[in-house]
Design a protein. Structure first.
Length: 180
């Protein structure tokens, strides 16, 4: 084994998939890219990390809601570009030619081109770590995309794309929540 520098350790656990989070305040929608998300239990509760350096942060805190949109590999370049500019300076929906769709339960828009869109309400904000915890209240999936491939950030500007699916459901059957 070779020792790895501690400042690179996060790259081993960098979660995925990379997502886009939409917000809306005062009729102005925005999109930000996030790679630090976490599923909490087998419930529709999630956490993500962002902070005041992101234009959308204020919108999430002020409105208490957002949409987590899950892009596929076809959107990887746009997703990275969205994360590399500020919504304070540009309308990202227009600049990156993405289609905002009205959500049913929150003011933030869905992104039509994404495989999934999860409407969320903020239930907690852990300020000292910039962690926002949300409950999903509506989830939408593009059922026309039969074999979506997602991408995951390594943390250094490179990404890993989903590959082969290995099925061990029979072994895990007693551990899986009902209906999954």
């Amino acid at each position: 084994m070779k020792k790895l520098a501690l400042n690179k350790t996060f790259m081993l656990l960098e979660p995925g998939p990379v997502v886009m989070v939409t917000t809306s305040e005062k009729d102005r929608a925005n999109i930000m890219t996030l790679s630090w998300t976490m599923v909490l239990d087998f419930t529709p509760r999630f956490a993500f990390m962002t902070g005041s350096w992101n234009h959308s942060y204020k919108n999430i805190i002020n409105t208490g809601e957002c949409v987590i949109a899950v892009p596929t590999i076809e959107l990887i370049k746009k997703t990275v570009q969205i994360g590399s500019c500020s919504g304070a300076e540009v309308d990202k929906f227009k600049k990156f030619k993405l289609t905002p769709l009205p959500a049913s339960s929150v003011g933030a828009p869905l992104i039509k081109e994404c495989y999934a869109n999860i409407e969320c309400r903020v239930i907690d904000h852990i300020k000292n770590h910039n962690i926002i915890i949300v409950d999903a209240i509506e989830t939408w999936v593009d059922n026309k995309q039969k074999s979506p491939k997602f991408f995951h950030a390594i943390g250094d500007g490179r990404f890993v794309v989903d590959g082969q699916i290995v099925n061990y459901r029979r072994i895990m059957a007693k551990k899986l929540p009902e209906g999954v």
